[in-house]
Design a protein around this ligand. Sequence first.
Ligand code: GBH
Length: 451
Amino acid sequence: MSDLPQFPPGFRFGVSTASYQIEGAVGEGGRGASIWDTFAHTAGKVRDGQNGDVACDHYHRWEGDLDLIAGLGAGAYRFSVAWSRVQPTGSGPANPEGLDFYERLVDGLLARNIDPLLTLFHWDLPQALQDLGGWANRDTPMRFGEYAELLGERLGDRVKLWITLNEPYIHFALGHVQGIHAPGLQMLSDQLPVVHHLLLGHGLAVSALHRTSSSPVTLANNYSPVWPKSDSEADQMAAAVYDMVQNHLFTAPILLGEYPPGYEFLTTADVDSIVLEGDLEVISQPIQAMGVNYYNPSLIAAPPEGDPLPFARLELEGYPKTAFDWPVVPDGLRELLVSLKERYGDRLPPVWITESGCSWPDLDDQFRIDYIAGDLAAVRAAIDAGVDVRGYCTWSLMDNFEWAEGYHQRFGLVHVDFDTQVRTPRRSYEWYRQVCTAAAPRPDLQQDPTG
Ligand code: GBH
């Protein structure tokens, strides 16, 4: 432990999860179907035909899971609400059983002295809304604002940090362009409506949460430092486009009130028919934190001729690889935090690392310990360089349903046997417990609305 950096007083260490990845109980408590139920039950979409029907059975085992978080001494738990538990078809009155479940969870966290950090949308859109066009339909952000209001009314006095959207860029790119995540669309043109409506949904949720809660509000963006493959003009241009879509498309409108230069290629229609007057004001309402999810840098080159995309993603060689084959580049986290600060300056609110982690199966997981230690050194270096970072939540508390990879990737501090549901803390759990318990005592987040 002695080699671990020190963090400012009040810095929070926590763990993250998401509803569809852990809850199971998809037909219980009045829950409606989500796009991930549909997608995972479509042949050929998820490895080995796996799905989240049972997942970690967290819906029934939540108390034991909260004890695991408490056992870490963690100061924060980031989880997400399944929209279709609260509103089975994505609109209309709340389903009381759904709200009750999350209220028990929040109260259970507070009873254990853990700050609840609540994500409203971690990709599991109610299927009924997808049937009406999903995020391509301008009604969806309106529905999202109403859903946010229901949660704010019920839990606004107890949730300590609100996260509207998880990784809108990944949901857009993998779900609506590549088609390897739900809803499985492969839109090659006219992508701007999905992007814009996600942003508008964020803005409307921010309004609803500010009306109903005094806690800070943010979103969790997935950022990746972009490294061009060469100095050639073609590679540099491709990298610039990639940097714009991955890192700034869902940040510049929120922090600066304008889309980043070059975004127009996302539609063949007239931009003004999609981005209506007043929208950017809604989108750019002040947020009190910026959630950063980090996994690895992106190596980008010019696309092969005839490719429909304006860039090509290449494999990054020369780094250790996780069991998912993702490169391990902890300093990329420092690089990206510093670059966000350079680009957005005082517009960048205090940062929370809302996710970072690795797939590694062994119970004796020195690999994961080194991974998190690398992250913490990078965060410390970013703080030293002037970035205001307030917390770090590792992905994930426990092994769970890893989207298109099913149960084949294990990101947990805690191992889950998916036949018996037995939870077994890995060595990293014990190590991270020391990190959490060594952290300085923390003041109440709600008394410090700047984050
Ligand atoms: C997050 O997404 C999600 O929020 C979470 O639900 C998920 O379980 C977790 O991460 C782990 O996947 O091909 O080597 O360049 C992460 C989004 C997109 C990050 C793909 C890494 C490229 C890896 N990821 N990306 S690589």
